[in-house]
Ligand binder design. Structure first.
Ligand SMILES: *[C@@H]1O[C@H](CO)[C@@H](O)[C@H](O)[C@H]1NC(C)=O
Ligand SMILES: *[C@@H]1O[C@H](CO)[C@@H](O)[C@H](O)[C@H]1NC(C)=O
Ligand SMILES: *[C@@H]1O[C@H](CO)[C@@H](O)[C@H](O)[C@H]1NC(C)=O
Length: 226
C-alpha cells in the first residue's frame, strides 16, 4: 500500500501539480525550464484558485519553427497576448482567445492604441476552452513568415519584444474591443529560446528542485515505515 501511495505522490507531482499547469489544454511543462511564462501577477499559477488574473506561456516546438502558446484568464470575454515594439499597447502584434472559442489576430498601430483585426495567418492547432468564467487556450504561432507583410512580427532571434497581456473587454463580430485590464513586461525579451537565456521571466523555477526533493523524501519515508 505504501509503495502504491508513494508512486501516486511522485506521479502526481511529476505530471500535474503546481508549477505544472495540468488544467490547461496542452499546457504541460514548467515555467523556466521547459517553457517561458509571463503572468499577472508575476509568478502566479492558474491551477491555484485566486492566484492569477492572466497567464501566458510559450515554448519552441522541436523543429524550431513555431511557438506553442498557452493563455489563461478568469474572464468572460477575451485574453490576449501582444508582442509589443513600444513596450505598451502601441505597435503590437496581438493574439486573442475569446469566450466563443476563437483565436483572433489584430494589430495596434504605431501611433495609436486602437486595435484593428488582421487576417489570422501563421496560427495552427488552435484549442480554446471557455468554462465557468475561465478562458484557456493553446495554439501554434510560426516564428516568422517572409512572404507576409511586417504586421506579422518576426519572433526569431535576435528580435525582442515586450509581452503584453490584456483581458476583459468586449468581443463583437470576431473583433476584440477595449480591454478592462492589462499589464506588460518590464523589458523586451526574446521569445525564441535559442537566444533567450536569462531573460528573467522564470519565477517558478526555484521552487521546483526543493519540492521534488521533499516529494521523493516523503515517498521513501512512507515505504520505509509501512
Ligand atoms: C480573477 O482572479 C483574480 C485573482 O484572484 C481576482 O482578483 C479577480 O477578481 C478575478 N476576476 C474575475 C472576473 O473573476
Ligand atoms: C533547434 O535548435 C536547437 C538549439 O539551437 C538545436 O540544438 C536543434 O538541433 C534544432 N533542431 C532542429 C530540428 O533544427
Ligand atoms: C505565410 O503567409 C502567407 C500569405 O502571405 C500564407 O498564405 C501562408 O499560409 C503563411 N505561412 C505560414 C507558415 O503561416
Amino acid at each position: 500500500m505504501g509503495y502504491i501511495f508513494a508512486s501516486v505522490v511522485i506521479t502526481a507531482y511529476l505530471v500535474c501539480l503546481p508549477p505544472v499547469h495540468c488544467m490547461i489544454t496542452k499546457d504541460t511543462g514548467v515555467c523556466g525550464s521547459t517553457k517561458s511564462c509571463y503572468s499577472i501577477p508575476d509568478g502566479c499559477n492558474p491551477d491555484v484558485a485566486g492566484s492569477c488574473r492572466a497567464f501566458s506561456s510559450w515554448s519552441l516546438t522541436a523543429d524550431n519553427t513555431s511557438l506553442l502558446i498557452n493563455l489563461w484568464s478568469n474572464t468572460t470575454t477575451y485574453i490576449a497576448l501582444g508582442f509589443s515594439k513600444s513596450g505598451e499597447m502601441k505597435d503590437s502584434d496581438v493574439y486573442a482567445c475569446t469566450f466563443d472559442m476563437e483565436v483572433l489576430r489584430s494589430r495596434n498601430e504605431e501611433d495609436e492604441n486602437d486595435n484593428f483585426p488582421q487576417e489570422l495567418i501563421g496560427v495552427t492547432n488552435p484549442s480554446v476552452m471557455f468554462d465557468q468564467g475561465i478562458i484557456s487556450c493553446s495554439f501554434l504561432r510560426v516564428l516568422e513568415n517572409d512572404t507576409y507583410d511586417d504586421t506579422f512580427f518576426d519572433l526569431t532571434c535576435p528580435n525582442k519584444y515586450t509581452p503584453i497581456l490584456a483581458w476583459g473587454g468586449a468581443v463583437r463580430d470576431s473583433r476584440i474591443f477595449e480591454h478592462t485590464d492589462r499589464g506588460h513586461g518590464h523589458e523586451e525579451i526574446s521569445f525564441d529560446e535559442r537566444c533567450s537565456s536569462g531573460n528573467g521571466l522564470h519565477p517558478s523555477t526555484k521552487l521546483h528542485g526543493p519540492v521534488i526533493f521533499f516529494a521523493l523524501l516523503s515517498s521513501f519515508l512512507v515505504i520505509f515505515f509501512q
